[in-house]
Design a protein. Structure first.
Length: 135
């Protein structure tokens, strides 16, 4: 079980978002993850807007050094990439895929792709790649 509470401040707006999450080991190599987040966005001069957001995903160890993931998010997603235009995106749907490979015990190479869609025919494709070095 987890619980998170986050605050994001932007010029003229802010967001408080938080809620519980759970991870369940389906097998020694497959994990099911779920999360519910309740958000409250406040804007200068406008009443606050509340959002209900949820996600479900599966993380699988494909081999000893490679992991893959697939996830679905309804509402505000990817808090690590949050931008001001998504503070009230509670109607958004995002499907994500990812892969990570341990090149050494200290280095992981990762990548992912998200397809994000919301009202007014807004569609976003996001690709990311990163390198993690542990010391």
């Amino acid at each position: 079980w987890t619980f998170q509470l986050r605050y994001f401040g932007f010029d003229g707006a802010n967001l408080w978002i938080g809620g519980p999450g759970v991870s369940i080991d389906l097998t020694p190599r497959v994990v099911l993850q779920g999360e519910y987040l309740r958000g409250r966005a406040e804007f200068d001069g406008i009443p606050s807007i509340t959002s209900d957001n949820a996600s479900v995903g599966v993380l699988a160890h494909l081999s000893d050094r490679v992991r893959g993931s697939v996830s679905y998010h309804r509402g505000i997603d990817r808090l690590d990439w949050l931008t001001g235009d998504r503070l009230t995106a509670d109607d958004a749907n995002t499907i994500g895929f990812g892969i990570a490979a341990d090149a050494t015990p200290f280095v992981t190479i990762s990548g992912g792709y998200d397809f994000h869609s919301r009202a007014d025919d807004v569609q976003v494709h996001r690709a990311r790649a990163w390198l993690t070095y542990r010391f």
